[in-house]
Design a protein around this ligand. Structure first.
Ligand code: 5GP
Ligand code: ZN
Length: 112
């Protein structure tokens, strides 16, 4: 059994509110939403963070952004933010690559 939380969510060992799945990626609602809409899109392959993206595994990142655009259209999101935290100082708490999709409230820039 993997000790990676998100690998376990993909495997169905930990329940989640799934909103999309295909052969390459999995999307589910964040358990502690920071906006009215807050979901995560993750590769099924374990990649630790953006800093582990390479020429060999980067095609899934393009695919994930296609999926984000499709899900945003389906949910009629007119304005949204896509965030990936890399490393603890930037706020990463789960070390499996994930893209947050946040929408439905005013957002500050620069981020805190
Ligand atoms: P990070 O802090 O690494 O950028 O993002 C990890 C995200 O995963 C957080 O927003 C956190 O709320 C979410 N999260 C942590 N554990 C779980 C869980 O068991 N289920 C779901 N759906 N989200 C989780
Ligand atoms: Zn993992």
């Amino acid at each position: 059994m993997s000790d990676c939380l998100f690998c376990r969510i993909i495997a169905g060992e930990i329940p989640s509110s799934k909103i999309y799945e295909d052969e390459q990626c999995f999307a589910f609602k964040d358990i502690a939403p920071q906006a009215p809409t807050h979901f995560l899109v993750i590769p099924k392959e374990h990649i630790g963070s953006v800093s582990e993206v390479t020429a060999e595994n980067s095609s899934v990142v393009g695919h994930i952004f296609e999926v984000i655009a499709k899900l945003a259209k389906e949910q009629n999101l007119e304005s949204y933010r896509v965030v990936s935290n890399i490393g603890e100082q930037a706020g990463q708490s789960v070390f499996h690559l994930h893209f947050h999709v946040l929408s439905g409230r005013d957002m500050t820039w620069p981020p805190g």
